[in-house]
Design a protein around this ligand. Structure first.
Ligand code: AMP
Ligand code: ZN
Length: 493
């Protein structure tokens, strides 16, 4: 039998390296990742996790897997409710704003949008149905205040993912902010039991939903079990999240789902380690909680942030430092300079694309199609792709790319196809086919003016070429002429 071209990853569930493969005959790889709680800017630690998941997804797509990728939005919990109340606006208006900001950051970081992004508040009925099923099957009970709890003692397999000893457990917090659970007074059977449905409290004001147990809202954990089941079915192939979610969130997700279906919930658990800042855990109280906005405000590009956040292995803590971010910025410059140089060796320039026939625009390839064609066999970048296929070793992949680029004197078509595929996976627009040396997209009018200027220069109409250079500079773009073409760079003037 020929070995399938697969990605191998460490499975937190089995504590082994395993090949990633779809579990169902339809060949679709079903992936669910826990998404953000939308009450504030996501911090760069959150983005480390989302970026790692993005590279994994891109790798699978580039290798020809068919992937369905779902990442949820947690838009109801203590923090979102307090936030909305603090601003005297509806929960929906509050979480919509933070969701939009999250999307803006994801786009800037070139994180592909998920195939589905379900919101907790839009799936209340599904969550209630799941809680009802758990009650019916004897895994949950209603307390006198109208809350519903999962009975941990009804599920002896609890703890198998994280290895926690239920006997040693501290009382389970009631929410995803780790707040101490005060619900014991309402008759919770055991302090280890966790909330599936939370009865309405005065302080939640008008934020509640009707349920068979009265007014209330879902507990945090149930949304992921209910929504992953709705969009991906009873058993999913891969479930991702930061390592902090392993316990209790993912243990609780498993308990809820497996007690309802009687089937395995997740085949492969993919957890990424945390990000620290200058050697310390990121936290509000230490004042070292960084957002993309903070870093952009200091003059760094989103692309450099992406590169820096991806520069460590996902199973190791990454220490974010400003010197690391500077190094990322200069690594990107070096990569681009090398690619520009190699483009020169085949006489290709950005301008070729505007004049070439549509079917001849692909050398070197553009970034216009989102997923590059699967490469049957990597000739030049085999070591770089192997590093990714072997437990998503991004730092090793980057190292291989540098050494391949350093030792390559001239490139051929296959070289550029592989290069394109690798940088699609990393999410870095290395060709910047519209001509920018910083991977920023060039507005249409600027691209047009630049093309007119190049044409004028080719026709030796230097006065017109100079005039158009001035116009472009006024619009914020410098033209850098090369041998066979030109590049555009932001001039920040
Ligand atoms: P949250 O919005 O808190 O639910 O977190 C969203 C995602 O970010 C989850 O997968 C968390 O595990 C992850 N996460 C939270 N803090 C960090 C951190 N410091 N480093 C990496 N990932 C994190
Ligand atoms: Zn989750």
């Amino acid at each position: 039998m020929v070995a399938m071209d697969t990605v191998r990853l460490y499975n937190t569930g089995t504590r082994q390296m395993e090949a990633i493969a779809p579990g169902q005959p339809d060949g679709l790889l079903r992936i669910y990742c826990c998404g953000p709680t939308v009450y504030h800017y996501a911090h760069i630690g959150n983005f480390r996790t989302f970026l790692i998941q993005d590279v994994l997804r891109r790798l699978l797509l580039a290798m020809g897997y068919r992937v369905r990728f779902i990442r949820n939005i947690t838009d109801v919990d203590d923090k979102t409710i307090r936030g909305a109340q603090g601003e005297h606006i509806s929960l929906g208006a509050f979480t919509r704003r933070w969701t939009d900001i999250f999307h803006g950051d994801c786009d800037a970081l070139n994180i592909l949008r998920p195939d589905g992004e379900p919101k907790a508040t839009e799936h209340i009925a599904e969550q209630i149905a799941m809680v009802e099923a758990l009650i019916r099957k004897g895994h949950a009970y209603v307390t006198s205040d109208g809350s519903v709890y999962f009975r941990l003692s009804s599920y002896p397999a609890y703890g198998k993912l994280s290895g926690v000893d239920v006997g040693q457990l501290a009382p389970q917090a009631n929410d995803n902010d780790g707040a101490v659970n005060l619900a014991d007074e309402y008759g919770r059977d055991s302090v280890h039991d966790f909330a599936l449905w939370k009865a309405h409290k005065e302080e939640d004001g008008d934020i509640f939903w009707e349920s068979p147990w009265g007014k209330g809202r879902p507990g945090w954990h149930i949304e992921c079990s209910a929504m992953s089941m709705k969009y991906l079915g009873e058993t999913i192939d891969l479930h991702g999240g930061g390592i902090d979610l392993c316990f209790p969130h993912h243990e609780n997700e498993i308990a809820q789902a497996e007690c309802v279906t009687g089937k395995p919930f997740v085949r492969h658990w993919f957890h990424s380690e945390h990000l620290q800042v200058e050697g310390q855990k990121m936290s509000k109280s230490l004042g070292n909680l960084l957002t993309l906005l903070d870093l952009k405000g200091k003059g760094y590009t989103s692309e450099a942030v992406r590169y820096a956040l991806l520069s460590g292995h996902y199973r190791q803590i990454l220490n974010f430092t400003f010197s690391g971010l500077d190094a990322a910025q200069s690594a990107l410059h070096k990569l681009r300079a090398k690619v520009v140089h190699l483009r020169g060796t085949v006489g290709w320039s950005a301008t070729d694309r505007s004049t070439a026939a549509p079917d001849a625009t692909d050398y070197p390839p553009s970034q216009t199609e989102i997923i590059p064609q699967k490469i049957a066999a990597y000739r030049h970048f085999a070591a770089a792709i192997e590093a990714l296929k072997n437990d998503l070793n991004i730092p090793k992949c980057l190292g291989e790319i540098f050494s391949i680029l350093n030792r390559t004197a001239a490139a051929d078509r296959q070289f550029f196809e592989e290069l394109r595929s690798i940088f699609f996976i990393l999410g870095i627009e290395i060709f910047s086919d519209t001509g920018t040396s910083q991977g920023q997209s060039v507005p249409d009018d600027v691209a047009k003016l630049a093309a007119q200027r190049w044409e004028a220069k080719q026709n030796k109409n230097f006065a017109e070429a100079d005039r158009l250079r001035q116009v472009l500079a006024g619009k914020g773009w410098d033209v850098v002429d090369g041998k066979g073409g030109y590049d555009l760079e932001r001039n920040n003037r």
